[in-house]
Design a protein around this ligand. Structure first.
Ligand SMILES: *[C@@H]1O[C@H](CO)[C@@H](O)[C@H](O)[C@H]1NC(C)=O
Ligand SMILES: *[C@@H]1O[C@H](CO)[C@@H](O)[C@H](O)[C@H]1NC(C)=O
Ligand SMILES: *[C@@H]1O[C@H](CO)[C@@H](O)[C@H](O)[C@H]1NC(C)=O
Length: 336
């Protein structure tokens, strides 16, 4: 089985021994970002979903599959590019091909631009190589791998330095820099929400004519957009066949500093809209606090206790039963 986790092993067999640690680190950062971006979604980037090859048992082709492919190839390209700029590879360094040329009004290319061309080429060889089929699903995966690489390119930032008498900034030199990887993740999450569905699975033979139709369909879609072939299953429900756990038992968040709208609605999305109730659980946390430094040389701390409230999705029956019995109790109390 080929998966993100075995990219490292795969690369050992290839001629790109040199890049394998970077590719593995990039694939891992893709996984981490996927888990971050979907932490409060019904689908939360479970390990099962991270099988990249179309030959793994799970051949889903939905919106989530599209995201996994895009963020993985983006992660690999990103890390390779960063490694290159840091001088981790002998055969690669800054992209200075445009240095000295006019870039725009009042600025010239200069300095050390991150070498995305290098990252793009190598990641393409590693990640796209996992796609050996020639059907619509393989075409979809390759399209989304490309969308991930486009996302890295598209979120790069121009950084400039002023020149001229005492920093008067009469001319500037500028270079292109990778953003934080989080920004690539945010960008791809937006693309995920707007992913396009193409209807290619009906009559999904592998004839030459069909392959032509598949190629034609994909070439008409912008390489920046994520594409999927199937609708997503109901992620509220457990489905062992599909390897889905459902949202029962999931934690959600209600209170906290600086929560986004998306986070604030997590209990509704994970529990309420899935027919589950929200269960409040209090837990006591003990931690070191009020630490003082004593001369010399010891640090003494107190043990502080803090009650934290957590929320979980639970089956409704239990809650309803409890409520009805408590209502009965109240009535009984009133009578007496
Ligand atoms: C590339 O960077 C990653 C983390 O940023 C690191 O784990 C890896 O070892 C680096 N690769 C090389 C070849 O230096
Ligand atoms: C699991 O998902 C498949 C495919 O969507 C569906 O046919 C099946 O009925 C589902 N099973 C359960 C138990 O929901
Ligand atoms: C969230 O916190 C950060 C700093 O931690 C701040 O810059 C940002 O404006 C805050 N956002 C909201 C919505 O309060």
């Amino acid at each position: 089985k080929l998966s993100l986790y075995s990219l490292n092993a795969l690369s050992l067999q290839s001629a790109y021994l040199m890049y394998s640690s970077s590719v593995a680190a990039g694939a891992q950062s893709g996984i981490d970002e996927c888990k971050y971006q979907f932490a409060w979604d019904r689908w939360n980037c479970p390990e099962r979903a991270l099988q990249l090859s179309t030959h793994s048992g799970l051949r889903s082709a939905n919106r989530e599959t599209a995201f996994v492919h895009a963020i993985s190839s983006a992660g690999v390209m990103y890390t390779l590019t960063r490694n290159c700029s840091l001088g981790d590879f002998e055969n690669c360094g800054c992209d200075d091909t445009r240095n000295g040329q006019l870039g725009g009004q009042g600025w010239l290319w200069g300095g050390c631009s991150d070498n995305v061309g290098f990252g793009e080429a190598i990641s393409k060889q590693f990640v796209d190589a996992l796609e050996t089929g020639q059907d619509a699903r393989a075409a979809m995966n390759l399209h989304n791998n490309e969308a991930g690489r486009k996302a890295v390119k598209g979120t790069m930032k121009r950084t400039c330095k002023c020149h001229g008498v005492s920093g008067s900034c009469t001319t500037q030199t500028c270079w292109l820099q990778l953003p934080e990887f989080r920004e690539v993740g945010n960008y791809l999450k937006e693309k995920y929400h707007k992913a396009l569905k193409v209807d290619l699975l009906r009559g999904a033979g592998n004839s030459a004519a069909n392959r032509g139709a598949v190629a034609e369909t994909f070439s008409a879609i912008s390489k920046k957009e994520l594409v999927h072939l199937e609708d997503s299953p109901n992620y509220c429900l457990e489905n062992k066949t599909l390897g889905l756990q459902g949202t029962e038992g999931r934690e959600c968040i209600k209170k906290g500093k600086n929560l986004s709208k998306w986070e604030k609605r997590s209990c509704k999305r994970l529990c309420g809209e899935c027919g589950l109730a929200v269960d409040e659980q209090k837990a006591e946390m003990v931690s070191s606090c009020n630490c003082k430094f004593h001369w010399c040389c010891a640090v003494k701390c107190e043990q502080c206790r803090k009650t934290v409230t957590k929320y979980f999705c639970v089956k409704r029956e239990r809650r309803v039963k409890n409520e009805s019995t408590s209502r009965k109790n109240i009535r009984l109390k009133k009578k007496h």
